[in-house]
Design a protein around this ligand. Sequence first.
Ligand code: 23J
Ligand code: MN
Length: 260
Amino acid sequence: MSAQVLSALMEAIGGGSVKVVDLTETLSESFPVLQLPPEFAQCVPFSKKTISRYDDDGPGWYWNEFTLNEHTGTHFDAPVHWVTGKDIPNGSVDLLSPDSFIAPACVIDCTAEIKANPGFILTKDFLLTWEETHGKIPAGNWVFMRSDWRKIADPNNYTNMQEDGGHSPGPDAECVRFMIEERDVIGFGTECIGTDAGQAFAFEPAYPCHTLLHGAGKYGLQCMTNLDLLPAKGALIISPPLKIEDGSGSPLRVLALAPA
Ligand code: 23J
Ligand code: MN
């Protein structure tokens, strides 16, 4: 029976009725990284050095070395990333159960609101209104906030940094509590620099998405793209982070399987 399910899936992918969507940004030296307030240590941007490229250093082969923070580019946040999640059992990327890496997503279209206000705050009421159309967010689903951020943000100011800090969208504390306590989601994902809004340092609690989600053993996905290619419900997300020993998060390829 299960072998039939898998062969039917492979046939659907091969035949084009199920599409594979890449939700990943390209890792390049110019990809923006999170900037924290100046009193804290900062994240280095991605960098890459060629070891050989069919030359004297390696005539038959090409390879690079790269340096990056665990939270660079399209990446996964594990519970131990935040102090509230430090005692979650098996809460680092190497120890998470692999079945956490395949889960369906509810995609919340916030594009009109974020276009009008890039600092849009996602609320419980907004999710309840979405549910009136699409049905209840099922337990174990990702909630993805669709912003079409690449079309909205200034290409030279991905984080929408202003004098008073970043202005990217994200949920308020009540919304995060709702996702955890009333919907038991697997995590929250975004196309922006962080799961938390740019101004979330000033929320109560500060950074509610990181603080509450990771404290509840749940995950984050950040800097995704192409969420406009997904249905509101019914996409299956494949998001295995690298198996970094005691890692707090990891850059990764995020794929979605969706009806074509
Ligand atoms: C470290 C400190 C604060 C934040 C973050 C990282 C992230 O957003 C992240 O990439 O997880 S807000
Ligand atoms: Mn992160």
